[in-house]
Design a protein around this ligand. Structure first.
Ligand SMILES: *[C@@H]1O[C@H](CO)[C@@H](O)[C@H](O)[C@H]1NC(C)=O
Ligand SMILES: *[C@@H]1O[C@H](CO)[C@@H](O)[C@H](O)[C@H]1NC(C)=O
Ligand SMILES: *[C@@H]1O[C@H](CO)[C@@H](O)[C@H](O)[C@H]1NC(C)=O
Ligand SMILES: *[C@@H]1O[C@H](CO)[C@@H](O)[C@H](O)[C@H]1NC(C)=O
Length: 461
């Protein structure tokens, strides 16, 4: 006897619901709707960790981290661009504007403890909004001007008192990390300058991009023989020493900036060489042959499952910057796109965790969920899912890649943004004895944390 239709329907619904939790997120990279669905689910899960838009909370602020807010909004702006889903635009705009400080992403609540790398992520988010014509808010500074504000506050921090140049990691002398010059701070400003240069065609930015790249190449932060990027080097050693831990996002900032420079110089040899060199080493290091050669892995912390929350964000940045590189250096698409597709397929198999049953894990190369899920692992997965829209969109149908002021980018320039006196470290009020005492206590705390972190990195297994 055949059961009535409604019984079959109920049975099927229950079965599908059950399968959903067991078999994780479904993703078919050849099907536009499937990509949008996977990205939408992951965006929803990621945003379930965010409460900044609720009453009594601070817009744009995530618990115990400030920089990740900028990274999250950057990821959401890219999500909006690729999928057209406006669900998170309101929270994104609110958070991006709330945290803008004096139009330079150096807000007073957090500025005593920020590093150059923290600040630049918000600048890169604003730059992304400008390039993608993300909606501007009336009566508020433009996205472009906010990116310019970050550039304008970072450039005066260029430090020639050691190593003949470079940005320090941390901004204030009382912070451990002040005597470090690191890849993400310098690579971040390099990328921002290159993008501002391409967008505005203003030589100031282009010259700075070139200068930061050239300086980096005099240090282990950018080894242009082996195309190796050291994470850190120190002023004590005149930037000859290497902190050689390998991270995806360090390669991402430099290779993306090189792609913008390649584009704005109409294919100059120097930038093609840089882009090709860094692509080669990023592919070889972060897409290990043992996982087939096309699945991204954060090799310095995935093997022992010791990635911290910052590190869990990094793969998403490399994924999105590689993908946008194919729009401004189209010759790279053939190599990059299979890696974005295979990484997304692999990542989707990791998305069967958490209370939603679709929270994403960390190790994209592993077929079963690895037991981790967080805002950060969701953010990285969201980025690689959204990026897969690259093969489904046509340039000219609203999908224009990163724009410039000459190709339809409408964000307004303000070359002096962010230079209000109180945001510059050069114009700090004189340090009082009370401040010094406070600072040394903070230094002791920071140094303690730093030693613990190094100990963990070296001996953590
Ligand atoms: C906060 O944003 C989420 C989207 O992430 C939305 O669903 C929710 O309604 C918003 N809450 C408030 C109080 O506006
Ligand atoms: C600064 O902190 C206060 C108190 O927590 C908060 O109300 C305010 O919104 C914060 N401002 C920013 C820009 O985060
Ligand atoms: C620069 O980017 C545009 C797309 O924005 C692309 O059409 C053009 O081919 C790129 N230039 C080079 C030299 O690849
Ligand atoms: C180019 O940028 C510099 C640095 O921000 C600024 O001083 C200058 O006015 C800008 N030039 C134009 C034409 O916008």
């Amino acid at each position: 006897m055949v059961p009535p239709d409604w019984i079959r329907a109920v049975f099927l619904t229950v079965l599908l619901a059950f399968q959903g939790t067991v078999f994780a997120l479904q993703l078919d990279v050849n099907d536009e709707q499937s990509i949008k669905n996977a990205a939408a689910t992951t965006a929803y899960n990621m945003m379930s960790y965010y409460h900044g838009n609720e009453s009594g909370q601070t817009p744009g602020k995530l618990p115990d981290t400030w920089w990740e807010g900028g990274a999250m909004f950057m990821t959401l702006i890219q999500y909006w661009y690729w999928t057209g889903d406006t669900s998170y635009n309101e929270v994104t705009t609110q958070g991006m504007l709330w945290q803008k400080g004096d139009d330079n992403y150096f807000p007073a609540n957090d500025s005593n403890y920020l590093g150059n790398d923290d600040q630049v992520f918000w600048g890169l988010a604003a730059m992304t909004a400008a390039e993608l014509n993300y909606p501007e808010e009336d009566g508020q500074p433009s996205w472009l001007s906010l990116a310019q504000g970050v550039f304008n506050t970072q450039v005066p921090r260029w430090d020639t008192s050691s190593c003949q140049g470079g940005l320090r990691w941390q901004i204030w002398p009382y912070q451990a990390g002040y005597t470090t010059k690191n890849a993400i701070s310098n690579g971040g400003l390099f990328q921002l300058a290159a993008r501002l240069g391409r967008y505005t065609n203003n030589d100031t930015y282009i010259d700075w991009a070139e200068k930061i790249w050239d300086w980096s190449a005099t240090t282990p932060l950018l080894n242009t023989n082996e195309w190796n990027i050291a994470d850190t080097t120190t002023t004590e050693a005149q930037c000859k020493d290497h902190g050689d831990i390998q991270w995806t996002y360090n390669y991402g900032t430099f290779l993306s900036g090189a792609a913008y420079m390649y584009n704005l110089t109409d294919g100059a040899d120097k930038w093609k060489k840089g882009l090709d060199g860094l692509l080669g080493s990023a592919f070889q290091k972060f897409f290990p042959q043992e996982f087939g050669g096309n699945v991204m892995s954060e090799i310095s912390c995935e093997p022992n499952m010791m990635c911290d929350r910052n590190q869990d964000c990094f793969k998403g940045f490399l994924a999105s910057w590689l993908t946008f590189a194919t729009t401004i250096a189209p010759y790279t698409a053939g190599e990059i796109i299979p890696k974005i597709q295979q990484s997304a397929l692999a990542a989707s198999k990791q998305c069967s965790g958490g209370s939603s049953g679709t929270g994403c894990g960390r190790r994209w190369h592993q077929a079963q969920w690895d037991g981790e899920t967080s805002l950060e692992t969701d953010m990285s997965a969201l980025s690689v899912f959204s990026s897969n829209m690259i093969t489904h969109v046509n340039q000219g149908q609203g999908y224009h890649g990163p724009l410039t002021s000459n190709t339809g980018g409408t964000s307004k320039s303000d070359p002096n943004a962010g230079t209000a006196p109180k945001s510059s470290p050069n114009t700090l009020s004189p340090i009082t004895t009370g401040d010094r005492a406070g600072a040394s206590i903070i230094t002791i705390m920071f140094v303690g944390g730093w030693i613990a972190a190094i100990t963990w990195l070296v001996y953590g297994g």
